[in-house]
Design a binder for this molecule. Structure first.
Ligand SMILES: Nc1ncnc2c1ncn2[C@@H]1O[C@H](COP(=O)(O)OP(=O)(O)OP(=O)(O)O)[C@@H](O)[C@H]1O
Ligand SMILES: [Mg+2]
Length: 118
């Protein structure tokens, strides 16, 4: 299992959700975050003071999936979020040790988007 984290433009969040739905990825968390891509700071001078430009508003997707769903999830994030301009976002894939569905007590592959649901 993996936790796929995608940080995308807020205005592309709905497109990502639709792409994930088409890919039959079920189960997703979204949060608003502020971020910086690490590009060189834009600097403005105001009355002699150097001001570093602020952080960008982004939406962070967290999607726990079985291994076979990792690539479809990445593809859906790219398809939904890409404009081709700087700031489109990033995707990180993290190892995921455990998952539990609280209602049923199902664990791991039974508790995330499972391969056998495809
Ligand atoms: N190394 C990183 N670690 C954590 N979050 C990151 C990292 N890089 C980018 N992000 C997050 O992703 C958001 C979008 O990043 P962004 O798309 O600007 O990446 P980039 O590497 O600068 O690519 P681009 O050149 O396309 O702009 C950032 O605002 C930040 O929230
Ligand atoms: Mg950037």
């Amino acid at each position: 299992m993996k936790l796929v984290v995608g940080i995308v433009r807020p205005e592309k969040a709905n497109d990502v959700l639709e792409a994930l739905y088409r890919a039959e990825v079920r189960g997703v968390s979204l949060s608003r975050v502020q971020g910086h891509g690490g590009e060189l700071e834009r600097v403005e001078t105001y009355r002699g003071t150097t001001v570093q430009m602020g952080l960008a508003e982004k939406v962070r997707f967290e999607i726990a999936v079985s291994d076979d769903f990792v690539q479809p999830t990445i593809d859906a994030l790219c398809e939904g979020a890409r404009t081709g301009h700087v700031g489109d976002g990033k995707i990180f894939v993290l190892p995921l040790d455990r998952a539990v569905r609280i209602r049923t007590g199902e664990t791991d592959h039974g508790a995330v988007t499972p391969v056998d649901k495809r």
